[in-house]
Design a protein around this ligand. Structure first.
Ligand code: C2E
Ligand code: CA
Ligand code: CA
Length: 699
């Protein structure tokens, strides 16, 4: 390609698509018109030539042939005149006269034609006149009975005049035929001349059409298809997808707009997520974000200590000085922790008075020793008394330490180890504990839950409690059902919280039989007439989802008890969906096919892309308690809750607020758009009998 055509190509690329299309199609139509015009002109030419031929040459050939035929007929009749009787002669005269008058007419026609075309004067008229003279003389002699004279005349002059006429007529025919042939050749020659030009124009039109189609495809269809693919990726929650922006035309404009949109959505999602994962009390990262930040920071080749720090005196501060003092203590520790953090450290609040910190260590030296020195250093900085309304309560920390990569390589496992060490520090009230494998075993042994949980189920120590769920409207509130929560009443240990044994049951796989027990209990309740019109919810664990027979079993249970599937809701935590394994969308669809309702539990604590939700066949979004707490006190928290509720509505989901503890919170969550509430304020988890009693009172 020459540089000027390249320049033209670039210039064309810069033109708006509609102009490029208009020019290209105009060019194509112009070429087609040219082909059509040339073909029409050629046809017109042929038509003229053919009609000239048929009205001129053909006619003249016919006339000349007639002359030839008449000459022949006259010559035969003349013989009759010479030899025949009088009667026969009369007939012959008549025939000759007719032939003569036709000859006169035809010869005159040829003369006129010759004169019109300006060709040589037709000698046939002269020849005819000559013959007529000879004929008249011959007739005179016949009628005079001069037989010898007649014969002599016939043999010499009459025959000669006639044959001259005949020759001229034949020559005329031959002339005309030659003329027609040369005309035909001339036309054929013309066609041969026109053919390459026409073929060339046709070829140009075809190639032009092909190039145009290719250009349309490359500059419009393909970029549009690519842009569409990017839009689909965006819709699926992949905000890193970007459309290619080439040139300045409308398609490029569309791609650029899509990119701007993607950036805006990604930014908004990042903002929402950041807000959701930032502890509003201290501004520190919450568990999910902390864990992510740690995993970004961790480097296989480097060494770190992960500390879990628990503010030991918090309960006392709360009890003696009130919750505000407790909150102030938490803020104070957070500030002091942050002041100690280097750029390579991460700091987070895991909940309550528990914090976590990742510290880089120096390789080569004794890691445990380094970590313990660092902890000591932190203690000096953090455990100074803090000032609260003239009082100076002491702060005391319990610390669990886990080392990377010695104890664990991944952030989740490392955090688990540090928490285990903290648990040990609490148990021993020892101040600081370094993680060791024996701690985990010791803890399991201490709880000795494995076998006991199995027994508990058989001995009937497990009970299903119900926590009411209420629909809240401006007009009032109405109980729509309840969430079933498991309770373990241990004969020696007393009440054991599900938060303590459910994670354990999940790790050991016992959760499946717990879930089956819970489902059987709850479906049994739904079949009771007192529960008519109510919905009950059961919590599922990831392990249940991975059970391939789960849906069949559930279907059978519902059928056996004659319970309508839509009255049962299955709650699945957002983080549970994120666990590796079979695609959760497939799993949920399988469950959904049973006809039950599905709810996303603890929404907001995981970090699924919001758009991902759109693809899950769920009916309900349960917003985690951490978003509901104090929502009436902080406008930022309120906005966040309202944004999440709005998102739920956009996706057509029922939005439930969990953990509503105060009336002001209830009013705020209702205003924010949550349709259902569940919490200590509207009703604590209670035994089945207590629930039915409570419900009757509510009515
Ligand atoms: P969850 O599913 O988020 O259940 C709600 C938890 O919040 C319950 O704790 C409930 O008592 C508590 N809660 C309700 N309202 C309030 C409130 O206003 N304030 C506060 N602070 N808490 C409130 P619970 O019963 O201790 O259950 C803890 C977790 O254990 C549940 O969280 C659930 O994840 C799990 N769990 C409970 N029962 C089952 C079960 O049968 N199967 C499975 N797989 N998990 C269960
Ligand atoms: Ca739940
Ligand atoms: Ca929940």
């Amino acid at each position: 390609m020459t540089s000027s055509s390249r320049r033209a190509g670039r210039w064309l690329q810069r033109q708006p698509t509609h102009l490029r299309l208009r020019w290209a199609f105009s060019l194509l139509i112009g070429l087609l018109l040219l082909v059509a015009g040339l073909a029409a002109a050629r046809f017109h030419e042929y038509e003229r030539a053919i009609s000239a031929f048929s009205s001129g040459s053909m006619q003249r050939i016919r006339v000349a042939s007639e002359i030839s035929a008449d000459v022949g007929s006259v010559s035969r009749q003349l013989l009759t005149l010479v030899t025949g009787e009088r009667d026969l002669r009369v007939v012959a005269y008549r025939n000759i006269d007719t032939a003569h008058s036709r000859l006169e007419t035809n010869v005159e026609l040829l003369r006129q034609a010759a004169e019109a075309s300006g060709r040589r004067l037709n000698p046939m008229a002269t020849a005819l006149a000559l013959y007529r003279g000879v004929y008249d003389e011959t007739v005179d002699r016949i009628e005079a009975g001069d037989a010898a004279g007649v014969r002599a005349m016939m043999a010499n002059r009459t025959e000669e005049a006639l044959s001259r006429l005949s020759q001229l007529a034949d020559a005329q025919v031959a002339d005309e035929q030659a003329l027609a042939q040369s005309l035909a050749e001339e036309q054929a020659q013309q066609v041969r001349q026109d053919m390459p030009a026409l073929a060339l124009i046709c070829l140009v039109a075809i190639v032009g059409g092909g190039l145009l189609a290719r250009a349309v495809r490359r500059s419009i269809s393909e970029p549009l298809q690519r842009t569409e693919a990017v839009a689909l990726r965006l819709a699926a929650g992949d905000y890193s997808a970007r459309a290619q922006v080439r040139g300045k035309d409308e398609v490029a404009g569309l791609a650029a707009t899509l990119n701007t949109l993607a950036e805006a959505v990604a930014q908004r999602e990042a903002q929402i997520r950041h807000l959701a994962e930032t502890d509003s009390e201290t501004g520190l990262a919450q568990r999910g974000r902390f864990q992510r930040e740690v995993s970004l920071q961790l480097d296989e080749t480097k060494v770190y200590a992960l500390l879990c720090l628990d503010l030991e005196g918090l309960k006392t501060i709360n009890a003696v000085l009130g919750y505000e003092a407790g909150d102030a203590a938490i803020r104070c520790v957070a500030q002091r922790l942050q002041a100690q953090a280097s750029p390579q450290s991460c700091v987070g609040r895991l909940g309550g008075g528990t914090f976590a910190m990742l510290l880089p260590l120096s390789p080569g030296l004794d890691l445990a020793e380094q970590a313990l020195v660092q902890v000591q250093h932190l203690r000096t900085a953090l455990e100074r008394p803090f000032d609260w309304q003239g009082q100076s309560p002491d702060l005391h920390l319990l610390v669990g330490v886990a080392l990377h990569p010695l104890h664990a390589k991944g952030s989740t496992e490392l955090l688990r180890c540090a928490e285990q060490a903290l648990f040990e520090a609490k148990r021993r009230r020892s101040g600081t504990e370094l993680y060791s494998d024996s701690q985990a075993a010791a803890r399991l042994q201490d709880l000795n839950l494995a076998s006991e949980l199995q027994l508990a189920q058989e001995r009937g120590e497990l009970v299903a409690f119900l926590q009411p769920k209420l629909r809240v409207t401006l007009g009032g509130q109405e109980c729509t059902g309840a969430e079933a929560l498991i309770r373990w009443q241990h004969p020696e240990r007393g009440f054991i919280s599900p938060a303590e044994f459910i994670p354990f049951a999940e790790r050991t796989g016992r959760i499946r039989s717990l879930t089956q027990w819970m489902l059987l209990t709850v479906i049994g309740l739904l079949a009771r007439p007192e529960f008519e019109g109510l919905r009950l919810a059961v919590n599922l664990s990831t392990k249940d989802l991975q059970d391939p027979q789960f849906d069949q079993h559930l279907r059978r249970l519902l059928l056996e008890h004659g319970v309508e599937p839509a009255r049962l809701t299955l709650e699945i935590t957002e983080s549970g969906l994120m666990e590796p394994g079979e695609d959760p969308i497939t799993l949920l669809h399988r469950l959904k096919s049973v006809g039950v309702r599905l709810a996303i539990d603890d929404f907001g604590t995981g970090h699924s892309a919001l758009a991902y939700l759109q693809r899950l066949p769920v009916d309900e979004l349960k917003i985690d308690r951490s978003f509901v707490r104090d929502v009436d006190l902080e406008p930022k928290r309120y906005e966040l809750l309202a944004a999440i509720a709005q998102l739920g509505h956009t996706l057509g989901l029922t939005v439930t607020a969990e953990g509503v503890e105060r009336e002001a919170e209830l009013l705020a969550v209702r205003r924010a758009g949550c349709q259902l509430v569940q919490g200590y304020f509207t009703g604590r988890p209670m035994s089945v009998d207590a629930f039915l009693h409570w419900r009757d009172k509510e009515k």
